[in-house]
Design a protein around this ligand. Structure first.
Ligand code: SF4
Ligand code: SF4
Length: 317
């Protein structure tokens, strides 16, 4: 498998607003911020082990504008593609927005990803989003708007606002973890998706590295996606751990739907889950993880009597 190394870099989980759907902060964990010099030395390790893309995320990165600009500069100097995910609080006026965007471009930022949703916009004026995008267009900084939605009709007018302002946007589904865990789930109207996941890793401010940057850090019954901590292991060791894990590879290639079917989930049940929920059903269960890992160990041998009759590796079309 081609192992391109990208990572979501959680410099801090601190945020200046409180969105009801936030997956990064659930109210149970304390905010944490990485030590700046540790962040620099980690990025240097990433340079040395061929990481080619870093996305600064977690809470709101631009609360730490100077630190993040410095880290972007380090990425740029070493030809690492850099992106920042932001709620746009800093773009209150066109002038302020222009100053910040032109500064980021000078630091070497590759792309800005601006979040927009009916939850974000309870705290951030939607004009900020237009200002930030306009500054990006003006100075030639690549940007897109991440339009987080639960696909309810209520969100249509938010989408229309983006269209009316000629903004480049991509809808992203709400992830029902963190603060969104208790949200009412609309039923899904779709067919039998493979649920393949690209699985970008995530580094937390506490230096825990996870194989998944979204809901994976919430799988606390198994810690299935926890790779380790950078206080004990190097960046390269943890990337290799991810790349050598057969189950992670199967999530990226076979997809969760086929894995669930192998495990005995009925097709009529599988179509009721969103991707991360299906992932949780499979991998936040000690028993399931054990069965799947054992199945991989026995690949090429006679299947166990109680298994479906095939090893997971042979469960292919
Ligand atoms: S979703 Fe983003 S902007 Fe909203 S509270 Fe979470 S980190 Fe902050
Ligand atoms: S499907 Fe699994 S691996 Fe992919 S983002 Fe969701 S929790 Fe992470």
């Amino acid at each position: 498998m081609n192992n391109v190394r990208h990572i979501a870099f959680g410099y801090s989980t601190k945020c200046n607003i409180r969105c009801n759907h936030c997956v990064a902060v659930d109210g149970l964990t304390q905010n944490a911020t990485m030590e700046f010099h540790a962040a620099k030395s980690i990025i240097q390790q990433m340079v040395d082990c061929n990481v080619t893309g870093i996305s600064f995320t977690a809470g709101e990165p631009f609360i730490f504008l100077n630190d993040i600009s410095n880290l972007i500069g380090l990425c740029s100097k070493n030809s690492i593609y850099s992106r920042v995910v932001t709620n746009g609080f800093w773009a209150k006026t066109q002038n302020q927005s222009d100053n910040i965007v032109s500064g980021l471009l000078q630091s070497g930022l590759s792309q800005l990803r601006i979040s927009f949703s009916r939850w974000h916009q309870k705290n951030i004026d939607r004009k900020n989003i237009v200002n930030a995008a306009s500054s990006c267009k003006k100075y030639g900084l690549d940007y897109f708007i991440s339009f987080i939605t639960d696909f309810s009709e209520e969100d249509d007018r938010y989408e229309q606002f983006l269209r009316d302002n000629n903004l480049k946007f991509f809808p992203e589904p709400v992830i029902y973890f963190g603060r969104a865990k208790g949200f009412k789930h609309n039923s899904i109207l779709t067919d039998y998706h493979p649920n393949i996941c690209s699985m970008n890793p995530y580094l937390s401010p506490e230096l825990d590295m996870f194989a998944c940057c979204d809901a994976g850090s919430h799988f606390t019954k198994t810690d299935f996606f926890l790779l380790g901590n950078l206080k004990d292991k190097s960046v390269d060791e943890l990337f290799r751990k991810k790349e050598e894990n057969s189950l992670y590879c199967l999530i990226k290639t076979m997809g969760l739907t086929n894995i669930a079917s192998y495990m005995g989930f009925a097709a009529s049940e599988i179509v009721q889950y969103r991707k991360c929920e299906l992932c949780e059903k499979l991998f936040n269960s000690v028993a399931n993880v054990r069965i799947l890992e054992e199945s991989l160990e026995e690949s090429g041998e006679e299947p166990r009597k109680e298994s479906v009759g095939y090893s997971l590796m042979n469960w292919t079309r």
